[in-house]
Design a binder for this molecule. Structure first.
Ligand code: ADP
Length: 190
């Protein structure tokens, strides 16, 4: 199985590269942000709770997203592999993911981290907010909060995979195709 963690701050281009990777490697895409937005759109209890936090740029609790991922793994038993996009976002989530995959006799193959500086992220997210209509993209203060949450809670997840020898960093600035080519090169060496 090819189980890829696509890592990087909000606006790094994870969603864009995921679409291309899914096509090339026939993987199942698991984006916790998309799953949560879907819950919100369906007006579920989980969605209502998550929305309050997401609109402020705050992470939703670990147990909530871990439960969501566990369900998705169970409902895709025949998958060739998974792209984890926006998950794990805390070290506790990374530990839980390792345990979930181990219970299914598989593991993370590697992490690809897209590196993009804060100024470029701010620009990209404000621009995306104009098209996406996402409330968390519309306001510079909320964007700042998301980047701060990333730096304090999510960035340490990179060290977790470094310790396992699974961390690979890629420059996330450049053309979409050039970045994709770099990612596929890294995956080729897993
Ligand atoms: P981005 O990476 O652009 O910030 P996402 O769509 O991945 O956007 O996530 C949007 C919001 O959903 C996050 O700011 C957070 O509130 C919530 N979220 C998504 N994934 C997780 C996760 N794994 N753990 C906690 N909260 C999450």
């Amino acid at each position: 199985m090819l189980n890829l963690v696509l890592f990087g701050p909000p606006g790094a281009g994870k969603g864009t590269q995921s679409q291309k990777l899914i096509e090339k490697y026939q993987l199942v895409h698991l984006s916790t942000g998309d799953i949560l937005r879907n819950e919100i759109a369906n007006g579920t209890e989980l969605g209502l709770e998550a929305k309050k936090l997401m609109d402020q740029g705050i992470l939703v609790p670990d147990h909530v997203v871990i439960g969501m991922i566990s369900n998705k793994l169970d409902s895709n038993k025949d998958a060739k592999g998974f792209i984890f996009d926006g998950f794990p976002r805390t070290v506790a989530q990374a530990e839980a993911l390792d345990a979930l995959l181990a219970s299914k006799n598989t593991a993370i193959s590697g992490m690809v981290a897209l590196e993009v500086d804060d100024d470029e992220l701010q620009k990209r997210l404000l621009l995306r907010g104009k098209d996406s209509g996402r409330p968390d993209d519309a306001n510079p203060e909320i964007i700042r909060r998301r980047i701060d949450e990333y730096n304090s809670k999510t960035a340490p997840v990179a060290s977790f995979y470094k310790e396992q020898g699974k961390y690979h960093s890629i420059n996330g600035i450049g053309s979409i195709d050039a970045i994709f080519a770099e990612i596929t090169k890294v995956i080729g060496n897993f």
